[in-house]
Design a protein around this ligand. Structure first.
Ligand SMILES: [Zn+2]
Length: 118
């Protein structure tokens, strides 16, 4: 099962509970373009997990700066929430979980998004 790409980006920090931004190099398909000579175009995606499913959002060039800020803000809000409600032991557990998640997503990214549901 391939991860579906969605075009409608999350608009509030509440919609961003995990995940991160990733860059993929792509070819546009035009024969005389620089990408046909190996100079690929960067394409930006936001990866997140909802209800155990991976979701990939395409981030348009015009949206990158604003969206990146929103992602950052969401992670700050999450950290603040954790700090105020959880003990340091749980904080560490959370941190390990997000590292694992990041590693998984990086692996996914390298596999060119071919995610098989286990
Ligand atoms: Zn091109």
């Amino acid at each position: 099962m391939k991860t579906k790409t969605r075009k409608l980006l999350p608009k509030t920090t509440d919609e961003i509970t995990n995940g991160g931004l990733y860059i993929q190099r792509v070819r546009c398909g035009k024969r005389n373009c620089k990408c046909s000579r190996g100079e690929m175009h960067p394409a930006y995606y936001f990866f997140t997990r909802r209800n155990g499913k991976f979701i990939k959002f395409y981030v348009r060039k015009a949206d990158i700066a604003a969206f990146f800020e929103l992602v950052n803000l969401a992670s700050i809000e999450r950290a603040e929430r954790r700090q105020s409600t959880r003990s340091s032991g749980e904080l560490l557990k959370q941190l390990r979980e997000s590292v694992r998640e990041y590693e998984l997503m990086t692996k996914l990214h390298k596999q060119n998004y071919k995610y098989e549901k286990s």
